[in-house]
Each structure stands twice: as C-alpha cells, then as structure tokens.
Design a protein around this ligand. Structure first.
Ligand SMILES: [Zn+2]
Length: 396
C-alpha cells in the first residue's frame, strides 16, 4: 500500500505520515453552551473518518477530545438562562454526545473537562512565569509574545492580521494590563460573580488556550502525533497552544496539525454572529443519519463548501444507490472485477484522507455493479469494508 500523505498546516504542505505504531490524537472539542451545528458535525465526522482509517492501517490510536466547560460563552449563557454553569454545560454536552452517536461517530478515549484540570493548568503557568515567558498583572497572568520569536509559525500571519482576528474572535487586545495587545491570558483573574479557583495569583480561572495544552500533555505527552480542529482555531487558539507548550517544556508540542474547512450557508460563512446556523437537531427531524454523514464525507475535510438543500438531496440519492446494491442477491454469471476500484479508493484516502474522491469511486462501483454485472458479490464485500472505514452504516 502506498504511503499515507497528510497535509500539515505547520509546514503548509503534504508530508508522508511516518509515525510510531501507537499514535496520539487530540482534537479541540466543544464549548457546550449551545447545540451542535453542521460545522461541528463536519469537523467531528472528518476526524472520525481519519481515525477510523488510521485504525484500519493498524495504528493504535489514543484519542482525546476536550470539553471547554468553563469560559466566557458558558458563563454568559448561564446568566441569561439563570442556570448553574455546570448544569448548563452538562445538559448541552449530553445533547452533543447524542448527535455524535446519531452520526455514527466513535467516542474518543476520554473527554477531559477544563474545570477538572486546574492544578495542571496552574503548574504550566508557573513554569512559564519561572522561565520569563509570562507576567502577572493584577492577578491575571499573560503570555509575553515578545519573548517568543516563533510566535506566528502556524498561522503565518503578521501582527496586524492577528489583531483583526483577535477582535473578530472575542480576544481583548485593548486590555490595559497587557504589555502587547497580542499577549494572551494564561490565568484570568476572577470577575465579580463568576466561579473561581485558588491560585498563586489569587482567585481566578484558566485561559482558554491553556486548558488544551495542559490536558493534551497530561493524557498524551509530547509530541502529540496529530492535533486538530476547525480552521478558525489556527489563530489565536492553536498558535498560542504551541507557544505556551513549547516555551514551558522546550519540547515539540505537535508533529501534524490538521484543520477542517469552514462551512458556508446562504452565501456567508456559517457563524453564530450572522445567525445562519444549521443545527443537527433540525436535520435529524427530516433526514436519516447515513445521508447526512454521506453529505459531509462528500467534501474533502480541507475544502470549504456551501450547505444547501441540493447537497442533502444528492446524498439521499447516493444513499438509495447503495441500498440497491445491498439488496442484489448473489448470482451466477459474469463476476465484477474490483481491483482498480479498490486501488483508487485507497489511493484517495492515502492522499490526505480524500473522502470526497473515495466516495466517488464507491459511487462508480455501485453504478457499474447494478448496470453491467450479474455477480457482484466482490463489489458488495468491498463496499462493506469501505463503509466500515468511512463509518457509514450498511442499511437496506
Ligand atoms: Zn483547544
């Protein structure tokens, strides 16, 4: 089998995935203050397919996905709905799990919560202070980006672009306590009425980027083989994770950075601020799970695409095509030859997990099987294997 090549956002190119047999994967998880939308589903279905394929290639994968159970969004929503932040988080997290299960997404080995890792977060912050990469100002601890010459190596954007993105993504570049507007919070001083934990700098709570570094190191060590998430996490989240992890330990944090593309809807990027979200709970009322998963896998994980009714209609038709194949009884007569389809299918997945091309191969195989051959048993057997790898359910 040809080598697996994977696009690494850090190098900006495809690299041969050479790794140990046992590999570690960390994917940034949800902040459970709302229900699952299609953008989440695209990210987690993509990583589920990637992990299933790595397992098929005999890698032993340890997979961690965090839960950001304490942050500004959760606390704001808890206030609005007059709920305890913990209850709000666990309720939404339970809905998220149910949506993942519906989409046939395998669970990670563990879903660590940020609020359960305060000691690890404090200790990492202490290392950065001790090494001079951080400073404490009035009870909030910041990472000092001026001390890190490599800051920007993942996002490859200049400080002006960073500032623009910080404003869009809820950063606070105008915080007067910061030495530099791009400095980011490692430990946030308690704000009035908010939950807080004791620390050497007074009561407070962890910074968002810090939780992922602490939990990734605790469960997977360094370096992690694959760290992933949506493309909107590259800056500031992942850029800052790299900075704090590598400066605290002087080790490489991650070997391969993988990022999923953003989704569009009604001509705009699907986003909370524009209000053009498609929720899985709504899709579940109108569609079966397999067509939704087929629709998501019909797009390569790095390719931006636009959701529309046509997308789901096309996936429903594809699903019907596969159902017809399963219903064909084994027959005698001309037997289908599947070797070239098999080669093309694996070549697609070996080429940066291209599920879009892989599904096109399966569609061709299904069409040819139904039109031309009497005995399609080998095609059914191979489609069954391919469905397992892609996490599709065999339904008829
Ligand atoms: Zn993260």
């Amino acid at each position: 089998m040809a080598d697996l090549t994977v696009f690494n956002s850090l190098s900006g190119k495809k690299e041969v995935f050479s790794s140990r047999k046992k590999i570690s994967v960390y994917v940034c998880g949800v902040t459970p203050y709302d229900t699952t939308h299609l953008g989440h589903a695209f990210t987690y279905v993509s990583f589920d397919m990637i992990i299933r394929y790595l397992s098929y290639l005999n890698y032993e994968v340890k997979y961690i996905q965090n839960v950001t159970d304490i942050d500004d969004d959760i606390l704001k929503k808890a206030k609005e709905t007059d709920k305890d932040w913990r209850i709000l988080g666990e309720e939404n997290f339970a809905c998220f799990l149910d949506d993942l299960q519906w989409l046939n997404i395998r669970q990670p080995d563990f879903f660590p919560r940020a609020s359960d890792h305060i000691p690890e977060i404090i200790s990492l912050t202490e290392s950065l202070l001790a090494k001079g990469f951080a400073y404490d100002k009035n009870g909030t601890v910041y990472f000092d980006v001026s001390k890190d010459r490599e800051y920007g190596k993942l996002s490859k954007i200049n400080p002006e672009e960073m500032l623009t993105l910080l404003m869009e993504r809820g950063g606070d570049p105008s915080d007067p306590n910061k030495k530099n507007p791009l400095d980011f919070v490692l430990w946030q001083k308690q704000k009035e009425g908010e939950p807080a934990w004791e620390s050497p700098w007074g009561k407070g709570r962890p910074g968002w980027h810090m939780e992922c570094s602490a939990m990734s190191m605790k469960y997977l060590g360094m370096p992690v083989d694959i760290h992933g998430g949506g493309r909107d996490l590259i800056y500031p989240h992942h850029e800052s994770e790299i900075a704090q992890s590598e400066k605290a330990t002087a080790k490489t944090f991650v070997n391969f950075w993988l990022h999923t593309a953003m989704l569009y809807y009604q001509g705009e990027k699907m986003s909370k601020s524009l209000g053009n979200m498609v929720f899985i709970s709504d899709l579940r009322k109108r569609h079966a799970a397999n067509p939704v998963r087929l629709m998501l896998l019909s797009h390569h994980y790095r390719q931006e695409w636009q959701y529309s009714e046509n997308e789901i209609t096309r996936a429903e038709k594809l699903n019907d095509l596969f159902k017809k194949v399963w219903l064909v009884q084994s027959g005698i007569g001309k037997e289908i030859e599947i070797l070239s389809f098999r080669n093309d299918f694996f070549a697609a997945l070996n080429n940066d997990f291209n599920s879009q091309q892989a599904l096109q191969v399966l569609e061709q195989l299904a069409n040819i099987s139904l039109k031309t051959y009497k005995n399609i048993t080998p095609a059914k057997a191979f489609l069954n294997l391919a469905f397992n790898i892609l996490g599709l359910r065999v339904e008829y």
